[in-house]
Design a protein around this ligand. Structure first.
Ligand code: PLP
Length: 398
């Protein structure tokens, strides 16, 4: 008998996972994958942070039964997240205007936020940067939104087309949802300056827009506090605010799915109503979050010694990426004189829009070096052992 699913077409392949599949199939022992969105250490390994290992051994010493967590997650977790995201002395915490729910990574946080907004701002469109993290569009579309781009990246300067961005923000209809990368813009590595953020906040306020800050890389730019500054500036400006954050990268806990969604309300009474609705969304999706990752992060963040260790380890990752940027610029200047890659130094976070064309990326692949067609490379996948090969290959395809 014919299957009722017989006519379902194949879904399009995820472009980034496609790179990983091609990389895995490559038998060249010298292959290098710069297409990933993961931090590797200088040995080319995903680190298991010491703070995580130690928190896990603390948890192992007092094994606990795995009961269900509350729908909104572990109390110690979302309190620690609030302090990290808003600052421990934030008025929105003191006034109980901020609500935070544990989420399945940053992606899960964005999805809870998207479902929430679709319920309570159903007529709004969503605006994401051009370009943006490749899942933003699909995620908000799957929540039922029309998703538009706002001007962001300028290939000519390798930086932000700020006039274009501001004009786009000012042209958005009232109530539009604008997704902003709080720091370490993925995929371009081009961030706004403090002054430009001020102008963005003004435009968001004047236009009556709903800001949704996606903070997936707190600590990878200039520091934990510095990278979170934009959240506090939005809070000071007032108005509604959604923030998704993720510990996938900053704790190297990718597979544990630890993130959170925070929403700032205008009063504690409003916050209670919003929380009840967020809980309903969680309940009807996956009921409640998993225990392990949240416990690890809460333990680290609330134990002074482990917290210091985490901050040091995170700084280590940040500094290593910056060193790789420096090395890349310096070595390319030697191997490809006349081609200016100095902009790579200005970019922030794990990625660089390298300016390599799709053809050049294809030629790199012939050398078993894998990057995204857009020219995005993961600087965190470079290390002292593979950088020379990468530089030589880039110099050859330029
Ligand atoms: N937002 C951005 C901008 C990202 O780059 C990522 C991960 O690559 C996420 C969200 C999702 O993070 P998670 O892996 O925690 O779901």
């Amino acid at each position: 008998p014919a299957s009722i699913f017989g006519a379902i077409a194949m879904a399009p392949r995820d472009p980034i996972l496609g790179i990983t599949e091609a990389f895995n199939a490559d038998t060249n022992p010298g292959k290098i994958n710069l297409g990933v969105g993961v931090y590797y250490d200088d040995n080319g390994k995903v680190p298991l942070l010491d703070c995580v290992r130690r928190a896990e051994s603390v948890l192992m010493e007092q094994p606990a039964p795995r009961t269900y967590l509350p729908i909104e997650g572990l109390g110690a977790y979302y309190k620690a997240v609030q302090e990290l995201v808003f600052g421990a002395d934030s008025p929105v915490i003191q006034e109980k205007r901020a609500i935070t729910v544990q989420a399945l990574g940053g992606t899960g946080a964005l999805k809870i936020g998207a479902d929430f907004l679709k319920r309570f701002a159903p007529g709004s469109d969503v605006y994401i940067s051009d370009p943006s993290w490749e899942n933003h569009r699909a995620l908000f579309e799957s929540a039922g939104f029309t998703v538009n781009n706002y001007t962001y990246y300028d290939p000519a300067t390798h930086g932000v087309d700020f006039d274009g961005m501001l004009a786009a923000l000012r042209a958005m209809p009232e109530g539009a949802i604008v997704v902003l990368h709080a720091c370490c813009h993925n995929p371009t590595g081009a961030d706004l300056t403090a002054d430009q953020w001020g102008q963005v906040i003004d435009a968001v306020q004047e236009g009556g827009l709903i800001p949704f800050l996606d903070m997936a890389y707190q600590g990878f730019g200039s520091g934990i506090l510095e990278d979170g500054a934009v959240v506090r500036r939005f809070v000071e400006a007032g108005g509604p605010l959604l923030v998704s954050n993720s510990f996938s990268k900053s704790f190297s806990l990718y597979g544990e799915r630890v993130g959170a969604l925070s929403v700032v309300a205008s009063s504690s009474e409003e916050a209670a109503r919003l929380l009840s609705q967020l809980k309903r969304i969680v309940r009807t999706n996956y009921s409640n979050p998993p225990t392990h990752g949240g416990k690890v992060v809460a333990t680290v963040l609330s134990t002074p010694e482990l917290r210091q260790l985490w901050e040091d380890e995170l700084a280590g990752m940040r500094v290593r990426i910056k060193q790789m940027r420096e090395e890349l610029v310096r070595k390319l200047a030697e191997k490809a004189p006349g081609k200016d890659f100095a902009f790579v130094r200005q970019q922030v976070g794990m990625f660089s829009y390298s300016g390599l064309t799709k053809e050049q990326v294809g030629q790199l692949r012939d050398e078993s070096i894998y990057a995204v067609d857009t020219g995005r490379i993961c600087v965190a996948a470079l290390n002292s052992k593979n950088i020379d090969r990468v530089v030589d290959a880039i110099a050859k395809v330029l």
